[in-house]
Design a protein around this ligand. Structure first.
Ligand code: ACO
Length: 435
């Protein structure tokens, strides 16, 4: 723990001995007991399934206070970033540690444009996926494939060259994402264009076709920009921890991000935005009985959970969900879809859950995924692309964490321990003598 301030010691009383463990305090007053030497000194390990209470690293990137509902990137409140920034500015902030000035922003955008195309040989890969392949499967495979098209990643891991790798990935992921959608619907790929901004380019690659001269709708562009900003980073969440874990083995940036995409896919993580819409659709098809769904989510007899509700860290309203809810409402109103039945169901679910003792006592609030899917749906984005958009948004955060770990002083491979509970030593039985 070289950066956090040392602040006294904790005394751990074990049956055999007493151990003194250093306490460290972060810049926002978070306290941690350093147990790194515990096993060496006492023979004990700690156990914490799901890492509910374990810090795996120090980080300068993002601060979350789950009790107060605070989220800051590099010291800036998410509310201010969401109100004022382009996604690329936030990406720059996360990766470089500072907001870009105008000339830095211009050269970043230029570099993004210059790197937006895929190698033509990569395009053949898309054609060999079966119809209906989930875009998340395609996305992760394509990202890890980048490491074979750009093997210089191994030496581009430092200084200015690293900027190139980072920008290449940020720019190409957007193209891969749009191509994976076009492949899934059997339409020709639409190439990126220098005349568009980051979000316009993505929407154009998604919706333009030889027979449809699509113009990106400024409302959709603004909403997409906002949702990407809201997803840009969230400290040591599941997929970001995967980036650090894979990266800790010395794996390259592309390999680490591909693994994170797979982690994000799960319905308990980024896949929740897709699961929310499926849940809301089902409620609507079954007659809109919201009270029954709430009872089902509370029941111990089923594994059903209210998707888009609850969060490991937030024990109050997720600040991103507040912004997303407002933006979703505004977008639908402006698009003349204010009476969207899924939005009505979502709002009723939220209202009932927030009055129900089950949800109140467990501090379960809507998370960022609860309302984003409704907005994406209104923008014409298919459900299977929701988690892909989450990945696009989260990419700068993943990159920033990979870089922080890569450039940091603590270089330890991620390797937790376990408490073994299997059989104790037993005699081997040859094949013919086994029952
Ligand atoms: N619906 C119903 N009950 C829930 C929900 C939910 N969405 N979430 C948690 N609970 C209950 C649990 O059953 C448990 O109850 P118990 O104490 O009686 O056993 C209690 O609340 C605590 O839940 P845990 O699973 O221990 O909480 P954890 O922090 O491990 O999980 C998670 C957080 C995975 C987000 C969980 O709330 C969940 O499954 N939510 C639904 C999926 C979802 O929306 N995921 C997106 C997360 S945000 C993101 O990745 C961007």
């Amino acid at each position: 723990m070289p950066k956090a301030q040392k602040s006294g010691t904790a005394t751990l009383q074990l049956p055999e001995k007493t151990v003194e463990l250093p306490i460290y305090v972060g810049t926002e007053g978070e306290r941690a007991i350093d147990i790194g030497a515990l096993r060496k000194e006492s023979g004990y390990i700690t156990i914490d399934p799901g890492f509910v209470n374990s810090g795996a690293c120090e980080s300068d990137i993002t601060f979350v206070d789950g009790e107060k509902g605070i989220l800051r990137h590099r010291g800036y409140d998410i509310e201010e970033l969401a109100e004022n920034c382009l996604f690329l500015e936030v990406a720059y902030l996360l990766v470089h540690g500072k907001l870009p000035n105008r000339s830095e922003m211009q050269s970043f955008s230029r570099l993004m444009n210059r790197n937006s195309m895929l190698h033509e040989d990569m395009i053949n890969f898309f054609n060999n996926y079966p119809e209906g392949a989930h875009p998340m499967a395609v996305l992760s495979a394509m990202v890890v494939s980048l490491s074979s098209f750009y093997p210089e990643i191994e030496r581009e891991s430092e200084g200015a060259d690293l900027d190139m790798t980072v920008t290449r990935l940020l720019s190409k992921l957007r193209t891969i994402a749009a191509f994976s959608y076009k492949k899934s619907i059997g339409e020709p790929f639409v190439y990126p264009s220098h005349k568009f901004t980051y979000c316009e380019n993505f929407l154009n690659m998604m919706f333009s076709s030889p027979v449809n001269d699509y113009r990106p709708d400024p409302l959709a562009v603004r909403a997409l920009n906002l949702f990407l900003v809201l997803h840009a980073d969230h400290e040591q969440n599941c997929s970001t921890s995967v980036v650090r874990f894979v990266g800790s083995a010395g794996s390259n940036l592309y390999a680490s991000i591909a693994a994170a995409i797979c982690a994000l896919w799960g319905p308990l993580h980024g896949g929740a935005n897709e699961a929310v819409i499926k849940m809301l659709e089902q409620i609507r098809q079954e007659g809109g009985n919201v009270a029954r769904v709430i009872e089902r989510a509370k029941s111990r007899d089923t594994s059903f959970r209210l998707m888009g509700f609850g969060h490991r860290v937030y024990k109050t309203y997720d600040p991103r969900a507040k912004i997303a809810k407002r933006a979703c409402r505004q977008l639908l109103d402006k698009m003349g879809m204010g009476g969207d039945p899924l939005l009505e169901i979502a709002m009723e679910l939220e209202e009932r859950a927030l009055k129900d003792d089950y949800f109140v006592s467990r501090h379960l609030y809507p998370n960022v995924d609860f309302y984003t899917g409704i907005a994406y749906r209104a923008m014409g984005i298919p459900t299977s692309m929701f988690t892909v958009l989450f990945a696009l948004g989260r990419l700068p955060g993943w990159i920033a964490h990979w870089l922080e770990q890569h450039g940091g002083e603590v270089k330890k491979i991620g390797r937790p321990r376990q408490v073994y509970t299997g059989p104790v030593r037993r005699a081997f039985v040859p094949l013919d003598e086994r029952e």
